[in-house]
Ligand binder design. Sequence first.
Ligand code: NCD
Ligand code: ZN
Ligand code: ZN
Length: 430
Amino acid sequence: MTNTPGSPANNAFVIAGARLADGTTTDLHVADGVLVDDAPTGARRIDADGLLALPGLVDLHTHLREPGREDTETVASGTLAAARGGFTAVHAMANTEPVTDDAEKAEYIQLLGERDGHCQVIPVGAVTKNLDGNQLAEMGLMAKSRAKVRIFSDDGKCVMDSLLMRRALDWVRPFGGVIAQHSQDSQLAGPGACCHESEYSGRLGLGGWPAQAESVIIARDVQLAELTRSRLHVCHVSTAEGVDVVRWAKKRGINVTAEVTPHHLLLGTRELEGYDTTYKVNPPLRTDEHIEAVREALADGTIDVVGTDHAPHAAQDKDHAFVDARPGMLGLEQALAVVLETMVEAGRMDWPTLVERMSSTPARIGQVERQGQALVPGSVANLVLVDPSARAVVSKDSSASRSRNNPYHGRELPDPVVLTMWKGRVTHQR
Ligand SMILES: NC(=O)N[C@@H](CC(=O)O)C(=O)O
Ligand SMILES: [Zn+2]
Ligand SMILES: [Zn+2]
């Protein structure tokens, strides 16, 4: 009984016997889209015996391909994938065609979200016009617009010009904006870089992408954040060196947050052995020491959030020699499964910490109201019911995404998401 997008939140629910992240068991009552004290009359009962109820997940890093590449993802298909993954809000990256680089385009993305979304869609604005790296985009106007843009990113490309990066950080400080950087020194990584620089890149004959091409940019940016007393968010940290720099910066009191993707938590350079371009991604999959470093950093809070970097691509854009294929992989539907497997089941993270990393902290960084809230009366009913013991083999063909570049295809993983509710509406139920 899934509601269509835009339908009124006219349903009342009793979610019976749900266990919360802190281990307590309770009945959750939903009326008119919010959690309330008492069971509403005529409520539909959802049996949550044995299930966990968590606040809806919030993604800081989603690529919806609308406008421009609706053949690979739309707001409707991408947010349905999000709902299936337990998300109730996603930040839509700016690298669409056209790029989200002014107020009108940001409001357009917001409007698409309101019309077609199976979760909340929050537009990310570009840092530079058309992501060209030369001229700052109209960040102030995007912030002032109805879309109230707070996160700005040229993701897909690194803001390489140090002066421009300084100015971007200066510019967003008065309104509390955040610059989210895709940390990749494009000269150091080189044009053909597509494999972590290691024994693998040599043996496979693939261009090497050294860890330092990430960490030198993070080092520069945290110092610019210190200089400007502004807010930096580091997208998809993938290296031990990158983690070390973030740890140093936080110790120094610099205003920086960092993110890791599900794929960098689970998958490694070894996946490239078969030259399957599904595994081509920026930054590249890394070796075990780096995987261990990002897991440790996510556990201890050096890395604040998991961001999916859900990056749908068409078969014709992936079906090339490895070096020529588009980088990026899907992530929304299996994100929780991967964090459950690599962190919770591995004994490295408890449920309250998972909620911080995947819901409350991303909502705080994105300054998204009414998301990432504790499941208490008065909160908006954004939640996900989780079966921590279910497992399944992932099939790329059962994805809600319009694309099939799912790196977990054929892998057995947890299959935790039972039901997702956004503003009191059931957006996914299996
Ligand atoms: N991660 C990727 O490899 N690709 C992303 C861009 C990005 O996140 O850098 C994409 O838009 O396809
Ligand atoms: Zn990126
Ligand atoms: Zn991205």
